[in-house]
Design a protein around this ligand. Structure first.
Ligand code: S3P
Length: 177
């Protein structure tokens, strides 16, 4: 099996699922947000609130993506905005099977509310509206994944299973025996 890259909006389960999937497959696990926090010694929310804000974060994110793909076979969880960069999209597609984790805007809001202050892009008067408009902007890029799993009604173990099945199916169709 090749590396697996999880993309998708905030609160769709990329980090939790990625960690569990990596354990299951005995693959290395990497999370681009954690890599950025380790490298800078700062929380993502701090980076966003400093000078350069999101622009600087996006550069750090591109650097994290370039680092990740040098590490050999892994499960990679990415930040929700990783797909905004064409370079990231190309590098990640080349590196592994890209899987889009989805959830409804309402559920995303429920999930991100549980970790207040960790999603600077949603610190808005109407976060549900922000989620919907960001989703609209990004949907086209998320759709470029090899396949998607809707995590709205599923537990972590079920999502892990669906991802594994999907990846095996994609690999079988691209490398017929
Ligand atoms: C972002 C998602 C976050 C984090 C940053 C920006 C985004 O990661 O990278 O706050 O642009 O959607 P998660 O998707 O892991 O929450």
């Amino acid at each position: 099996m090749k590396s697996i890259v999880l993309i998708g909006f905030m609160g769709t389960g990329k980090s939790v699922v990625g960690r569990r999937l990596a354990q299951d497959l005995r693959f290395n696990f990497v999370d681009t947000d954690i890599l950025i926090e380790k490298k800078t010694g700062k929380r993502i929310s701090e980076i966003f609130s400093e000078e350069g804000g999101e622009k600087r974060f996006r550069l750090l994110e591109e650097e994290a993506v370039r680092t990740v793909v040098k590490q050999g076979r892994s499960v990679v969880s990415t930040g929700g905005g990783v797909v905004l960069s064409q370079a990231n999209r190309d590098i990640l597609r080349e590196y592994g099977t890209v899987v889009w984790l989805k959830a409804s805007p309402e559920l995303i809001l429920e999930r991100v509310k549980k970790k207040p202050g960790t999603r600077p892009l949603l610190l808005k008067e109407d976060p549900l509206l922000s989620i919907k408009s960001l989703l609209k902007e990004r949907e086209f890029f998320y759709q470029q994944a090899a396949f998607s799993v809707d995590t709205s009604q599923l537990g972590v173990e079920e999502v892990v299973l669906q991802v594994k099945k999907g990846v095996l199916a994609v690999e079988a169709s691209t490398n017929p025996a």
